[in-house]
Design a protein around this ligand. Structure first.
Ligand code: HEC
Length: 166
């Protein structure tokens, strides 16, 4: 009995040692893989859902797919990924907390340059309601999003896609 007990203990120890070995041997390749799949421009739906949930209210409960489809109204003029080119409008990466009219190499209107604004959610909400009312003389020729829910959804989408830090 005692001999059997010792043998079992030895086997258990061997198993623990082997598991330990496997564990310490496997992480580097796994870590390499996750690093290479986490491309900054391609967010998975799970990443987007996680980023959405981390936003301040009311954006954390916004409808991201409606935001994405409404952003189609903006995407004719604006790119979102870091380093993407300016179009008719400036690239919007990092827009939250950014001073107005400071994207590199974009010819802004004098009125936007003189606004002294820093973009936050409330400022963007007013802006996209009707830019020419928010800032007469702006170069952004966009009729405006009149539905408050559409604006909340598109702002949440912008937060998720432009690297907003809560
Ligand atoms: C027809 C093209 C066009 C469309 C559509 C458009 N924009 Fe713009 N946007 C511009 C231009 C041009 C400017 C620069 C305005 C200026 O200099 O007065 C601008 C500026 C901005 C700025 C300020 C950028 C900065 O660097 O200060 C934000 C934010 C913005 N747009 C968001 C949006 C959103 C969100 C939408 C969709 C709801 C949208 N725009 C639709 C052309 C457009």
């Amino acid at each position: 009995m005692r001999h059997l007990g010792l043998t079992l203990t030895a086997l258990a120890l061997a198993a623990v040692t082997l598991t330990g070995c496997n564990k310490s041997a496997s992480p580097p390749p796994a870590a390499d893989q996750s690093a290479s799949t986490a491309a900054p421009t391609a967010m998975s739906d799970a990443d987007k859902a996680k980023a959405l949930a981390a936003l301040p209210a009311p954006y954390n409960t916004a409808d991201l797919s409606n935001g994405e489809s409404k952003f189609a109204l903006c995407s004719t003029c604006h790119s979102l990924p870091a380093g993407a080119p300016n179009m008719t409008g400036p690239n919007l990466h990092g827009i939250f907390g950014r001073k107005a009219a400071t994207a590199p190499n974009f010819a802004y209107s004098d009125v936007l340059k003189a606004s002294g604004w820093t973009w936050d959610a409330a400022r963007i909400d007013t802006w996209i309601t009707d830019p020419k009312v928010a800032l007469p003389g702006t170069k952004m020729t966009f009729a405006g999003l009149k539905d408050p829910k559409d604006r909340t959804d598109v702002i949440a989408y912008l937060m998720v896609m432009t690297g907003f830090k809560p």
